[in-house]
Structures are given as C-alpha cells and as structure tokens.
Design a protein. Structure first.
Length: 131
C-alpha cells in the first residue's frame, strides 16, 4: 500500500512540475528552428514499433497522420524541444497472441529521429502545435 501511495505522490509531483513549466513566448516560437518535417515517417515508426512490440511480426493497419510543427518540454520542464509531431495508430498481438485493437499514439520528431512517444491520452499534455 505504501508503494502505491509513493507512486501516486511521485506521479502527481511530476505532473505538477510539467504544468508549472512556462510555454515559449510568441517571439520564441516565431524564430525557433523546427527543422525539416520527417521524410521517412513510415520507415522510422515501423522500426520503432518492431523494436517495442511483443510480437513485431503481427503489426498491421499502421496509419500515420500528417506531421505538424510543435514543441515539447524536456528535462522536467526546463528545456524546450522544437520539431514536428505526428499521430499514428496500429494493431498488433499481445502476449496472449490476440490482436488488441487499434492503438493510437503520437511521436515527436526532430528531423527523422523519434525523440518521444506518448499515448493518445498523454499527447495533449506534453506536445503543443504551432500554427
């Protein structure tokens, strides 16, 4: 029980630290270097999934959105990363051998390198779009 309480306390502390982090100013966003949009999305995301899935050969129905300029905080909200983020979804088998249904995530890219991946629910907490 104490372990659960400690985990809850740590999670709420981390979320509050992220919430206190200030957003870049309009001027900072205007002059930021976002780099080029990722050009090898399918290749990079497929490689990422093949390295992280329990049954990499079961990957199917990969759908990838359009990259958008954005930013996110790193280092407990101290640093800002500028780049592009893209939503993607897929279906794959779990440890029991059954397909689990379409799962949705977003990936934050700098050039053709994935810096971070979040679940659909967490994406809006950690990445912001620049219009």
């Amino acid at each position: 029980m104490k372990t659960i309480m400690k985990a809850c306390l740590l999670m709420s502390l981390l979320l509050s630290i992220g919430a206190c982090a200030t957003a870049p100013s309009t001027q900072e966003l205007a002059v930021a270097n976002y780099g080029d949009p990722p050009s090898r999305l399918e290749e990079v995301i497929t490689l990422y999934l093949k390295e992280t899935l329990k049954d990499p050969d079961s990957l199917k129905n990969l759908r990838i959105g359009i990259p958008r300029k954005g930013w996110t905080k790193t280092n407990y909200g101290k640093d800002v990363l500028y780049g592009h983020w893209v939503g993607f979804s897929y279906n794959a088998k779990n440890s029991y051998g059954g397909y689990v249904g379409q799962k949705t995530y977003c990936a934050f890219f700098q050039e053709n390198y994935i810096r971070q991946v979040w679940s659909e629910d967490d994406c809006s907490l950690f990445v912001r779009t620049v219009e």
